[in-house]
Design a protein around this ligand. Sequence first.
Ligand SMILES: [Fe+2]
Length: 316
Amino acid sequence: MATAVDPASEFSALPEVGADVFTAPLDRPPHVGEDWLEPKQRDYSSDDDAIWNDLFERQMDILPGRACGAFFAGLQKLHLNRGGVPEFAKLSEELGALTGWTVVPVPMLIPDHVFFWHLANRRFPAGNFIRSRANFDYIQEPDVFHDVFGHVPLLTDPVFANYMHEYGKAGWKAMRYNRLKALGALYWYTVEFGLIREGPGDQGDLKIYGAGILSGPREAVFALEAQSPNRIMLNVDRVMRTDYVIDDLQPTYFVIESFDDLYHQTVERDFDRLYRGLGAGFTYANSAVIDVDDVLHRGTQEYHLRGGRGSNAAPV
Ligand SMILES: [Fe+2]
């Protein structure tokens, strides 16, 4: 990412966070150090393993025909169907041999600069805990199911794995310009909620690669089949100016042609120039369609106009 990061940057040490850079205030548990790593992965109970298995099965009923090929290939390569919460050490061994990534346990959501540092060193921090039955359908804090089932299979794809690595390195520059929100929007609309065009023909079919969609039951159908959301081809500049919702289905999904397309669009962008032109806030609402958009589907936004989560609105 010659233009997105400072080539002279050193990524082996935790980055400094400038006094003017706002990061979410998170209380570090006393048993973890500045790297926020758990000394070891949790020992899971048989109930925990049963929750993993049930979540896994539910997604397997929904995702065939909807998730992208690289996701299923990753599940197979890492044998994620062997039952129970996967052991990170075993996963890391298998993943390491494929793309040089490891999976490391963290207690909870971690600060941005620590997250960037781990990614820049090809370590994927995964939540150590698993949701309870009471929160089976939805949790806001990423748990081991979201992180491992949703994110880790794609790390077996060499190009996507490199994108994640470059994304981590790009954090240094975003902090220097105090534009973490913009870089966060890129992660949100790609790694968490991205769609990809796949298959034969000029248009191909839309498939899911975003972990936020892959790890939940409702959004896989909504993202691909509902009339409400916009589906727009990814444009990095535009996405980094676009607000997003963290606790409901997305009003807009952005679509990539391929992981090569995603990688090149990002690494070839002059982020210095982009950050200099950005304000502190977002320019576009999360449901906006703008002149420069290559629109695949202009959404009705019916779901959100009827009240979204917490209302009786159907995800249509
Ligand atoms: Fe995630």
